[in-house]
Ligand binder design. Structure first.
Ligand code: SAM
Ligand code: ZN
Length: 272
């Protein structure tokens, strides 16, 4: 029977959370966090993100979650999932997938490590991830909503942390990487897939063609809604250069940088 000794902590002060009917309360700073269905909502409500509130930002990813993981708007391809999760060393350890989306990386990870946490800014994404895990009877996995800049875990919690297809969309990649470093154990491994400076393949146009061929009216409406929502969000995908990534990694003091590049994609791992 798999179990986890880790649990969610306050994203503000990292102290223990106390469960009180349908909400968590921080025992230290007294912040209150609702539980939506069975998913803890650990987003710090008072934080601003480039003038737009995190909730508003998250709502665009909620629109995307309706089509995400379908043939119209895929998650990380299987080869990427394999390349990331092969970096897991301690199969008895605990893993975290940051910006987990619908759980495309977190679910296979749960087969390779004792327990997995998946977190994402979008409640729609984590709810879908939770449903899919239950459907696949994966029970060594828990999801929560939070921001990558305020992870709801104590220091030195994880043996392995992954983040696929999201670093280039974060408003401040360095801040998010610093958080991932904080929650990693000393000697723990961080594995990332991100986009490099080069033309970004459009996921939208091939998907539109697919949509015309085979989709129902409802699917077409959801897809168009997701596109217009992402356009409103105006995610400026940051195109990293290899040197820029190396500079951030060095500045943060990560060790043992290893990377693979193909096309506009980089997969890299570092150790704390
Ligand atoms: C392209 S999807 C990748 C999902 C998944 N990792 C995969 O590989 O399929 C990007 C994800 O990043 C999440 N995201 C964006 N900004 C975030 C933030 N600041 N904190 C946490 N998650 C965030 C989005 O909600 C979305 O699920
Ligand atoms: Zn607190």
């Amino acid at each position: 029977m798999k179990n986890n000794s880790q649990s969610f902590a306050c994203p503000n002060c990292h102290s223990a959370l106390e469960f009180k009917i349908e909400q968590f309360v921080c025992q230290n700073c007294k912040n209150i966090f609702p539980i939506d269905g069975n998913i803890p909502d650990l987003l710090l409500r008072n934080q601003k993100d480039g003038g737009e509130s995190l909730i508003n930002r998250a709502s665009h990813f909620d629109d995307l979650s309706k089509v995400y993981g379908s043939s119209l708007w895929g998650g990380s391809p299987r080869i990427i999932v394999w390349l990331l999760t092969r970096k897991i060393r301690n199969k008895d350890g605990i893993g975290l997938d940051v910006a987990c989306g619908t759980g495309v990386v977190a679910r296979p990870m749960a087969k390779k490590i004792n327990y997995v946490y998946g977190v994402d800014i979008s409640m729609g994404m984590v709810q879908k991830a939770d449903d899919l895990s239950k459907k696949n009877t994966i029970n060594n996995i828990s999801f929560a909503r939070c921001d990558s800049e305020n992870l709801p875990f104590g220091d030195n919690s994880f043996d392995f942390v992954s983040c696929s297809g999201a670093l280039h969309a974060f408003p401040n990649a360095e801040k998010s990487l610093r958080e991932m470093q904080r929650v990693l154990k000393i000697g723990g491994v961080l594995a990332i897939m991100a986009l490099l400076e080069k033309s970004i393949p459009s996921v939208i146009d091939p998907a539109r063609r697919e949509l015309r061929k085979s989709s129902t009216k409802e699917e077409t409406i959801e897809f168009n809604k997701a596109i217009s929502s992402m356009e409103k969000l105006d995610v400026k995908l940051h195109r990293f250069t290899l040197n820029e990534l190396k500079m951030i990694i060095n500045k943060l003091g990560f060790k043992n940088f290893k990377h693979l590049k193909f096309g506009p994609i980089i997969i890299f791992s570092v150790e704390r």
